[in-house]
Design a protein around this ligand. Structure first.
Ligand SMILES: [Fe+2]
Length: 391
């Protein structure tokens, strides 16, 4: 199976893999104890969910609390405190950071180190269960986790062993999350699905199903948030599924232009991951939209079937803008860019390291295109904020 472990889709060879069973529904979190029976578990939670009733009935033999993006130093501290007897499962209750820390600790328990790449899970390794309290990162189903090193550089780790065995999706967590957090998460999930949908070769019809199922749910939710409304429990459940599908989708490809630019920017400017994506979203779409007419039309037909009132991708883009304005996201991005003044050369250097991007972007990318796109994006958010805009 080594060949398949390294396989990525080409124009004429398509595969799709997911390792995660989804278990979803109202109060699904309360079944966690039954699912794990009396197995001894290492429990990793966001600090605010440390006393979650989802953990009731678990036989907890070790606890880890996470209150910021996972860092290597915290990981090493937690490794030193791991229980002497190996837990049978690692359980994460929290957002993407808690799930990523759980994945890193699970990797250590499975391999004796966290920085393995493309490894299958060895026999006897503990199970891994994610109970996401946010929707967006897709960490609950993806084969990635991010750990920052001592310099603050975010390092992405990849192996199917890191994909949770089960993701438990309970809408109660999103009901407690607040509109802004839900909005940012659903944008991240949308970009995961979108960037997979528009890949040139690594795309597949398997992933298209997940995308075309999720896009209308996300669109209806963004429309509600753009108007200042509240999301129903049904909508929140659909967003949780969309996040999980987004994690499955990105686990089957290697790149996405918006993510590559956004991650590079977030290394220089203090903004959240979804905010960093939004900086480039419109300019990147403008750049390749003409080459995607057929794919965009397919989404528009799906919207027409699911959303009353003639909804389109163009309308959705406007609604993202209105929702981000309304919830203060746009203003925060402008402040962050203006106060940090990122260096575009540093940004482009990181982007240039992505060797898959030129092959998978819908249109061929020259270095000058990337500079132009990044410059246009910055200019629309914070003119004069960026150094070296002109080469
Ligand atoms: Fe993302």
């Amino acid at each position: 199976m080594m060949y398949l472990a390294k396989h990525y889709n080409t124009a004429d060879r398509k595969s799709f893999r997911t390792a995660t069973r989804l278990y979803a529904g109202k109060n699904a979190r309360l079944d966690l104890g039954q699912i794990l029976s009396a197995a001894p578990v290492l429990l990793v939670t966001d600090t605010r969910f440390a006393d979650s009733d989802a953990a009731k009935g678990l036989q907890v033999v070790g606890r880890v609390e996470v209150n910021s993006e996972p860092r290597l130093d915290q990981f090493e501290t937690e490794v030193a405190k791991l229980p002497a007897s190996r837990p049978q499962a690692v359980v994460a209750i929290g957002g993407g950071s808690a799930i990523d820390m759980a994945k890193a600790l699970h990797a250590f328990l499975s391999f004796g180190r966290h920085d393995v790449r493309d490894q299958e899970r060895p026999a006897g390794a503990p199970g891994l269960i994610a109970v996401p309290t946010t929707a967006g990162s897709g960490s609950e189903t993806s084969r990635f986790f991010i750990l920052s090193d001592r310099s603050g550089t975010k390092l992405s780790h990849r192996a199917w062993s890191f994909a949770p065995d089960v993701a438990i999706l309970d809408p109660i967590f999103l009901q407690q999350a607040g509109a802004e957090r839900v909005l940012l998460g659903m944008f991240d999930a949308f970009v995961h699905l979108w960037e997979t949908y528009i890949c040139r070769n690594e795309q597949s019809s398997f992933v298209d199903m997940l995308c075309l199922e999720s896009f209308p749910h996300i669109a209806m939710a963004v429309r509600v948030l753009a108007e200042g409304g509240d999301l129903s429990e049904q909508m929140l459940s659909a967003l949780q599924r969309s996040s999980a599908y987004g994690g499955m989708a990105i686990a089957n490809v290697r790149t996405g232009f918006i993510h590559t630019l956004g991650e590079s920017l977030a290394a220089h400017v203090s903004i959240s991951h979804p905010e960093s994506l939004y900086v480039f979203f419109d300019t990147v779409l403008d750049h390749y939209a003409p080459a995607l007419a057929e794919k965009i039309d397919r989404v528009n037909r799906r919207f027409a079937a699911e959303i009353p009132g003639g909804y389109t991708v163009a309308r959705m883009r406007q609604d993202w803008g209105r929702a981000f304005e309304r919830h203060g996201v746009t203003a925060r991005i402008k402040r962050a860019l203006s106060s940090t003044r990122p260096d575009i050369d540093g940004l482009l250097e990181t982007v240039a390291r992505d060797k898959v991007l030129p092959r998978e972007n819908p249109v061929f990318l020259e270095a000058s295109d990337i500079r132009h796109i990044a410059a246009s994006a910055f200019e629309s958010f914070a003119p004069r904020a960026v150094r070296n805009l002109v080469p």
